[in-house]
Ligand binder design. Structure first.
Ligand code: MG
Length: 225
């Protein structure tokens, strides 16, 4: 399922990890290390396949798949705490090239910008204002939702914050669960494939377009806005 292209776009909703920041390699490495502390071998690809969901979702799913049992509350809290601690030790994530300029151009057209992320990582959330001029009021994070992506709640909340309907918005995502969340919220969704997954995974999740670079997104949006 994909959604129709809006006649008028009034709001652009950006995902954060893998769209604004080249942070996924840090997430993947810290997931692997945090699980290792609990003697669980977390496969790297899972980090990319689960991207956009909450930490709880990733931990519960991995323990079910790998250990064939439910995660304990101690594991859910402990693994996420360890991951957060390790994230703070990682080098600062680079911005995805071209995204700062793209966001500025969108802002100059007067369109509303909202960032919708499942992340609870203060290290990145705090940088959004400094790097992209995104005010904390313009962010939906993992702290604000009950259900993470792929549930539509995060993007529905993003629309509410923007003050526009689904058919007046566009989402830029990079992860299959993020695309599913946005498509379920009935928003026209395009993807930028900044990770190691095949493009097909993003089309299968419901993305209407899949691009490799911010420049291609920029050219596509220029025609639309
Ligand atoms: Mg992402």
């Amino acid at each position: 399922m994909t959604n129709n292209i809006p006649e008028t776009i009034n709001a652009i909703l950006f995902d954060m990890d893998g769209v604004l920041y080249d942070s996924m390699k840090h997430h993947a490495a810290t997931w692997i290390e945090a699980f290792k502390k609990y003697n669980i071998n977390f496969p790297k690809e899972e980090a990319y396949l689960n991207e956009g969901s909450t930490g709880d979702f990733t931990i519960k799913k991995a323990i079910k798949q790998i250990c064939n049992r439910e995660a304990t509350p101690e594991e859910i809290n402990g693994i996420y705490e360890e991951k957060t601690r390790l994230m703070h030790l990682r080098p600062k994530a680079d911005k995805i090239p071209g995204m700062q300029a793209l966001m500025k151009r969108i802002r100059d057209t007067g369109k509303k910008i909202i960032v919708v992320t499942g992340s609870k990582q203060p290290i990145l959330l705090e940088r959004l204002h400094e790097d992209f001029g995104v005010h904390p009021d313009e962010v939906v994070s993992g702290y604000n939702v009950i259900h993470g992506k792929p549930h539509p709640e995060p993007y529905l909340m993003g629309l509410k914050k923007a003050g526009f309907a689904a058919n007046e918005a566009l989402v830029i995502e990079n992860a299959p669960l993020g695309v599913e969340s946005s498509v379920a919220a009935e928003i026209y969704t395009i993807a930028i494939n900044t990770g190691p997954l095949d493009k097909k995974v993003l089309f299968d999740a419901g993305a209407s377009e899949v691009f490799d670079k911010a420049k291609e997104v920029d050219e596509f949006l220029e025609k639309l806005l």
